[in-house]
Design a protein around this ligand. Structure first.
Ligand code: SAM
Ligand code: SF4
Length: 326
């Protein structure tokens, strides 16, 4: 194995978030409120051979988990091949999806080697779901979750962006939903991005309020394992499901950072809220470029900052999370 990816702060990186497209068919108010605007022609997104080279370099340097994301990854026709390429090299292949194609395709994804799935569900009320995502697809997404369990996924993670005055009062509803379902429901604090207007001021709510409600109801913080990501996970003996809180504005959030990102255009992003990204495309054109590719990543890592500056209102160069894979 080549040297494991590590930065100046001795953080090791064994988790790659790989965006395979910027394209999305939803219009989430906090991400792509006006829908996807094709600034990049689909043909400019990484090809399957380029993706295979990214995966090979990362797995050679200790990566054992890859999350496929976007945009909406299921918009790519060759998604099963991408999953398969990752499964050939790493033990954990996860994907984050809006669930639109899940009922139809989840069996194929699993056959291709997908081991974990995160699906975004911002509301359990179909009307509010449509209001937040711009798409009247609640029933379809729920059918997708049922189908994912049916084809053998044992636990499903559900991402919900916490939005003040929209879904923030719905904790009881979410709790009832996970009582008998092995779902880890993860509330993600709304993060400010470059193209976001007044939405952040209007709807940002700290996860602390949810944490306080959980603790008052007997939920307990699960002990962290060494390689766990930044989510705080809570369990309760009466519930099959779990609650996760992702609170990027909380002090110390970046200390457990273990992930690197590759955008659909082949740029390395050291942080979700970093700069423009480091273009690796020139090093993805032939298999024999792998040593140079690894060298570029190792070098770039030395400039990874200790933390983001989100709390100072600085979201870096990220216009919205669909652009580099949230
Ligand atoms: N389209 C897929 C989906 O929605 O699950 C994958 C890409 S999406 C960018 C990944 C995750 O980022 C989703 O769970 C989404 O809710 C979250 N997200 C997007 N913009 C966000 C923001 N401004 N703040 C917090 N979470 C955000
Ligand atoms: Fe699309 Fe996901 Fe962004 Fe929603 S959060 S607009 S589903 S990329």
């Amino acid at each position: 194995m080549a040297q494991q990816f590590e930065d100046r702060f001795h953080r090791k990186f064994y988790y790659l978030r790989l965006s395979v497209t910027d394209v999305c068919n939803f219009k989430c108010t906090y991400c792509l409120p006006h829908g996807y605007r094709p600034t990049n022609k689909p043909s400019t997104f990484l090809s399957l051979p380029e993706i295979e080279r990214v995966i090979a370099a990362f797995s050679d340097c200790g990566t054992d988990k890859i999350r496929i994301t976007g945009g909406e990854p299921s918009m790519r026709r060759d998604l099963p091949e991408i999953i398969h390429a990752a499964a050939n090299r790493v033990s954990e292949v996860a994907m984050t999806t809006n669930g639109y194609r899940m009922a139809r395709d989840v069996a194929t994804w699993r056959e291709a080697g997908l081991t974990r799935i995160n699906v975004s569900v911002d509301s359990l009320d179909p009307r509010q779901f449509a209001q937040i995502t711009g798409e009247n697809r609640f029933a379809q997404v729920m059918a997708g979750i049922d189908q994912a369990f049916a084809v053998g996924f044992e636990q499903i993670k559900v991402n919900s962006v916490l939005l003040k005055d929209l879904n923030s009062q719905d904790l009881p509803k979410f709790l009832a939903w996970i009582k008998d379902r092995p779902i880890q429901l993860r509330f993600i604090e709304l993060m400010q991005t470059g193209e976001m207007d007044s939405l952040f001021t209007k709807h940002h709510q700290s996860g602390v309020s949810i944490r306080n409600q959980l603790m008052a109801q007997g939920w307990q913080l699960k002990a962290r394992k060494a390689n766990d990501g930044p989510a705080q996970v809570f369990t309760h003996p009466d519930y099959l499901g779990e609650i996760g809180l992702i609170m990027p504005y909380e002090k110390g959030f970046c200390a457990s950072c273990n992930r690197l990102r590759i955008s659909a255009l082949g740029k390395l992003h050291l942080c979700l809220f970093g700069d423009q990204g480091i273009d690796l495309r020139d090093y993805l054109q032939a298999d024999n470029q792998k040593p140079e590719l690894i060298e570029q990543i190792q070098q770039a890592l030395q400039s990874k900052a200790q933390g983001h500056y989100l709390h100072l209102g600085d979201s870096g160069a990220t216009p919205h999370l669909a652009s580099i894979g949230g």
